[in-house]
Design a protein around this ligand. Structure first.
Ligand code: CMC
Length: 428
């Protein structure tokens, strides 16, 4: 017999089916709650207890620190796969064969040219503009340059939109950074791998030949893989909900980029570095900042600590910590900021406040250190997160459309004024 949950409201009982996932997670299906209870809704601010969809893309167990893409452990993928293989896996469900992988990369390369007129839009932004704002706008502008809507019943249409955005996004990212630095734009080199090409477009100088550093290529590849998907987080939920109105892929991704920008989400990597610099400038007293983080009357939070779902450790943080050590070692970098980071990490892991609340360093605590070693400007950190998350957003958007999910439209509990009469201005 199918399992159910019983809800009792004012003496009346209602049955709701239980739905079980492949990892034995159980959900109460409340689809018919309003209809059967005559108007009752659930209230769950921040959606801490609400499953917005069924998804076969990413499995995350926050208590045990497990993260898997399509069943593969993140640790294994970070070690053995490259970013494009992971992108293919997330979007299409299986690791690509050599043939599929080559075709995928070639198709992306064919779409890697951005309309020259995009440069005019880029030129119009002030140099001081935050790159996340620029990238979100340029991604949205792509909709105007590629207006054909995606027929979700056509495999070919879906595939085209996927390779198009994967081809164009690295160009937009690199151009945004170069524009800010006053450098001429680089069109990339399609004979290179996806990550190598991204690095070339970001770092080449007009008067010298860009030489790839395998340590940096490897670190960037890992960073992008670790950020590639994270199930229904704030930006991904945004992409799905925008896409649920049948808005196009570029428009949905542009909205996701805006959601990622915030310091409680992707913007945390920039916030971590700024926090570490501020501590350094203030004499490097980590204890003082630990006390601030614990003081409830002080809005300061230790950026890079805590996570909505990981309540033991962030498995991405473990991998990235190793990569950060390797990059700093291989590049021979001694960074006082890193010393402060290590000090904070040690103190927080031993501090009762952080232990009680299960606050551990998250992926953003370490990623900023690698980006800094790579000489990526701080304001670009969240953009790097965005390019890593791109395959996840695409995969989730595609899944949502293929499953023909309904438009996302939450309910609310109204707590405002009840009906009242208009008062003319002279009588108020
Ligand atoms: N520093 C100090 N106290 C904290 C912190 C922190 N970083 N994070 C949470 N707390 C405290 C919080 O004050 C609360 O204390 P109390 O129970 O006494 O009121 C308790 O821990 C629970 O916090 P919460 O805000 O209810 O937890 P949440 O699950 O809603 O928030 C979070 C998760 C990530 C927004 C939060 O931990 C935070 O603001 N961290 C700093 C920002 C950050 O690093 N964000 C990156 C997340 S990883 C990248 C990504 O996936 O986007």
């Amino acid at each position: 017999m199918a399992k159910t949950a019983t809800l009792e409201i004012e003496g009346k009982k209602y049955e709701f089916p239980l739905v079980e996932g492949t990892e034995n997670e159980v959900a109460i299906d409340i689809k018919n709650l309003r209809a059967s209870t005559n108007g009752y809704i659930t209230l769950d601010s921040g959606y801490k207890n609400t499953g917005s969809c069924e998804s076969a893309i990413t499995f995350l167990d926050g208590e045990q620190g497990i993260l898997r893409y399509r069943g593969y452990a993140i640790e294994e993928l970070a070690e053995k796969a490259d970013f494009l293989e992971v992108a293919y896996l997330l979007i299409f469900g299986e690791l690509p064969t050599k043939e599929q992988s080559d075709k995928f990369h070639n198709d992306i390369k064919k779409e890697s040219a951005v309309d020259e007129d995009v440069k005019k839009i880029l030129d119009a932004f002030p140099k001081a503009a935050h790159p996340m704002g620029v990238i979100s706008s340029l991604t949205s502008a792509l909709t105007a340059f590629n207006p054909s809507s995606v027929n979700v019943n056509s495999e070919e249409d879906m595939y085209k939109s996927v390779v198009r955005i994967l081809g164009k996004m690295p160009v937009l990212v690199a151009w945004t950074m170069r524009k800010k630095q006053g450098l001429p734009l680089d069109y990339g080199d399609n004979s290179l791998g996806y990550v190598e090409n991204l690095l070339k477009m970001m770092f080449s100088r007009p008067n010298s030949c860009y030489v790839q550093n395998p340590v940096l290529v490897n670190a960037m590849d890992k960073l992008l893989i670790l950020h590639a998907d994270h199930e229904q987080n704030c930006s991904t939920s945004t992409v799905r909900i925008v896409g649920s109105s049948h808005a196009g892929l570029f428009a949905s991704i542009s909205a996701g980029i805006s959601a990622l920008w915030g310091p409680l989400h992707g913007g945390a990597n920039q916030a971590v570095l700024e926090m570490l610099k501020a501590i350094e400038a203030d004499g490097g007293d980590t204890k003082k900042y630990m006390a601030k983080a614990k003081d409830k009357s002080d809005p300061f939070r230790l950026m890079g600590f805590g996570h909505r779902v990981y309540k033991n450790f962030d498995p991405r943080a473990r991998i990235i910590k190793k990569a950060a050590d390797q990059v700093l070692h291989d590049l021979g970098i001694e960074d006082p900021i890193l010393e402060i980071a290590k000090g904070l990490e040690k103190e927080a892991l031993e501090d009762q406040y952080f232990v009680d609340r299960k606050l551990y360093p998250n992926v953003d605590f370490y990623s900023g250190i690698i980006y800094r070693a790579m000489e990526i400007p701080v304001e670009m950190f969240t953009v790097m997160f965005a390019i890593g998350r791109l395959p996840g957003w695409i995969a989730q958007w595609r899944e949502m459309r293929l499953r023909k999910e309904p438009i996302g439209r939450p309910r609310q509990l109204y707590i405002g004024e009840t009906k009242r009469s208009f008062v003319p201005i002279e009588e108020r």
